[in-house]
Design a protein around this ligand. Structure first.
Ligand code: MEV
Length: 433
């Protein structure tokens, strides 16, 4: 797919960026159209996807640059409404690149489906009976989706937990299902519902809920990086100072759930943006990530940063339940094109890349927070947005933004005044330079 370093990409006009991407990825005319103006979800698809559809909500889609993951360059599509997320993650990825990039991996895509069994006269005996009949339960589950089994996935194991629910003890049956390149929600729910009558016969109990668990802790993704101090120097701070700022911010998140929550929000800025751009269920990923953070009985950060021998080290681990095939991916014609910009990863590889993006996004936030503060960077982007709202185009955007910051007043009326002066001095072309 070529390099993920596209120098000057952010300064290009959108049409030029599209040409640059098309050239690098050898995109067809149709794929190019999908990315540009005509790339909005067709109304007919929207109508088929949900109920009571009345329209389509647009979100900007951008490309996270500079990512080197397991020695491979990857362009990362991200859909997000928040300014500075993509700029920040691209800068962090560029810094991490100087230390050799990210190492990432993820577990086999094994999900948990839950079948809750109530009204048990002898819960221990019910548990033992379910475990004795494991093979029959798996056979029924896999009979519902033989194709998944023949691809090497499908239901693979059965576990039983006895759980006090109110005054009763319920047997919570976990079907462990390998969903291959699918996120797998439909498959899992179908299997849970499909094995329920057999489980009732085995236990003599009553099955209640039959649904996947989004606490996908068998399906973890991890990423790590090692950044030499030199690569971190910025804002007039030495690399060591920036690294210590990041490590201290990490310790703060370790110590305080109030901070850990915001720290993790920053991680999820990146993870969710990739989930959205690849047609994945970001609510499932969010739910899973935050439940995983609380697994030790206290809400903890998803990432950790520490110092070792002249370098800053970072690590992330979180459940990532994603697919690269299936309904949601096909429903929106833009998704396959965006997956193609990433080199069409399978679900496992995508999960590793998303972990790397989360780690990079977090590093970008802590790097600013541990030094000059987040607002300085945000202000520059906010000023650009105000300049665009005032009608500035092309290079005039930067010029107006700089003037707004210098004036210490980032307001629309001020931007309009500055732009009007530029037009008066240079003619109407000033707006469109
Ligand atoms: C803003 O979207 C995300 C941050 O608040 C994350 C953080 O505080 O680490 C900047």
């Amino acid at each position: 797919m070529g390099s993920s370093r596209l120098p000057g990409f952010y300064k290009m006009k959108m049409a030029e960026r599209l040409r640059r991407l098309a050239e690098q990825l050898e995109l067809s005319r149709d794929e190019m159209d999908g990315l540009g103006e005509s790339g909005t979800l067709p109304l007919a698809n929207a109508d088929a996807m949900i109920e009571n559809a009345v329209g389509v909500l647009g979100l900007p889609v951008g490309i996270g640059l500079n990512f080197l993951v397991n020695g491979e360059d990857v362009l990362v599509p991200m859909a997000v409404e928040e300014a500075s997320v993509i700029a920040a993650v691209s800068l962090a990825a560029k810094i991490v690149r100087e230390g050799g990039g990210f190492k990432a991996d993820s577990d086999a895509p094994r999900m948990i489906g839950q079948v809750q069994v109530a009204e048990l006269s002898n819960p221990e005996a019910a548990k033992a009976a379910i475990l004795r009949q494991k093979d029959s339960i798996l056979a029924v589950a896999n009979g519902l989706h033989p194709a998944m089994k023949s691809r090497g996935g499908g239901a693979q194991d059965v576990e039983v937990r006895l759980l006090a629910v109110g005054a009763e003890t319920h047997a919570i049956v976990h079907l462990i299902i390998d969903t291959q390149d699918a996120m797998g929600a439909n498959l899992i729910n179908t299997m849970c519902e499909g094995v329920a009558p057999l489980i009732e016969r085995i236990t003599g109990g009553r099955v209640r809920l039959r649904i996947l668990s989004n606490l996908a802790d068998l399906r973890l993704a991890r990423a790590s990086c090692r950044i030499p101090f030199e690569a971190l120097a910025d804002f007039g701070f030495s690399g060591a100072e920036v690294a210590h700022g990041i490590a201290e911010a990490s310790r703060f998140a370790d110590a305080d759930p109030y901070r850990a929550c915001t720290h993790n929000k920053g991680v999820m800025n990146g993870v969710d943006a990739v989930a959205l751009a690849t047609g994945n269920d970001w609510r499932a990923i969010e739910a899973g990530a935050h439940a995983y953070c609380a697994r030790n009985g206290r809400y903890e950060p998803l990432t950790r940063w520490w110092i070792e021998e002249g370098a800053l080290l970072g690590r992330i681990e979180l459940p990532i339940q994603v697919g690269t095939v299936g309904g949601a991916v096909k429903a929106n014609p833009l998704i396959p094109v965006l997956l193609r910009t990433m080199g069409n990863p399978g679900a496992r590889k995508l999960a590793g890349i998303m972990a790397a993006v989360g780690l990079a996004q977090n590093m970008a936030a802590l790097r600013a927070l541990g030094t000059v503060g987040i607002q300085k960077g945000h202000m520059a982007l906010h000023a650009r947005n105000v300049a665009v709202s005032a009608g500035a185009k092309g290079s005039a955007v930067e010029e107006v933004a700089r003037a707004l910051i210098a004036a210490g007043e980032i307001k629309l009326h001020r931007a309009q005044e500055i732009l009007a002066k530029m037009v008066a001095a240079r003619g109407p072309s000033a707006e469109a330079t």
